[in-house]
Design a protein around this ligand. Sequence first.
Ligand code: AMP
Ligand code: ZN
Length: 152
Amino acid sequence: MAGKAKKAAAGSKPAVLENDCIFCKIIKGEIPCSKVLEDNEFLAFMDIRPIIKGHALVIPKSHCTNILDFPKAEETDLVEFIKKVAKAVVKATDADGFNLGMNNGEAAGQVVMHAHFHIIPRFKDDGLVSWPHKEYAPGEIEGMRNKIKSFL
Ligand code: AMP
Ligand code: ZN
C-alpha cells in the first residue's frame, strides 16, 4: 500500500500517504515519542499536547486512516492492548475514570490521519465539559433509526 493514496472512509479528505504520515514516522523511529508500550501490532505513547496530563495514544503499527479501514485481524488484540494501557494510565494518575475516544474524519476533529485511540484520564473535578445533547422532534428518532437500518 506504500505510496498509494486511498480515499478516507470517514470524511472527504484523501488519505495521507504512509511516507507523509507523522505516526508512521514515529513507528519507524524517524520522529521521537514518549513510548509507553509496544508489541508487534500496536504502539502506545504519550500525547504531546494532552487534554489532561497522562493522556496516551494507541495506534496500529500498520497504517490505516480510521476505524473503518482498521485491519480485521488486529481488532481483538486491540481491545486487550487498550485495556492494558488504560489500566496503567488510571493507576499512574490516580484517576477516577477515563475516556476512550477516537476521532474519525476531519469533521469529527481528526487531525492526524493514522487511526488512533485517545486514552484520557478523568477526575471528578477536572472541569472538562461533556458533549451537549440535542432533542429530537416527535417521530424524528424513528426516521433516523430506519434510515440507519437501511444501510445495515
Ligand atoms: P486527533 O485530533 O484525534 O487527530 O488527535 C491527534 C493527537 O495527536 C492530538 O491529541 C495531538 O496532540 C497528538 N499528536 C500530534 N503529534 C504528536 C506527536 N508527535 N507525539 C505525540 N502526540 C502527537
Ligand atoms: Zn500512518
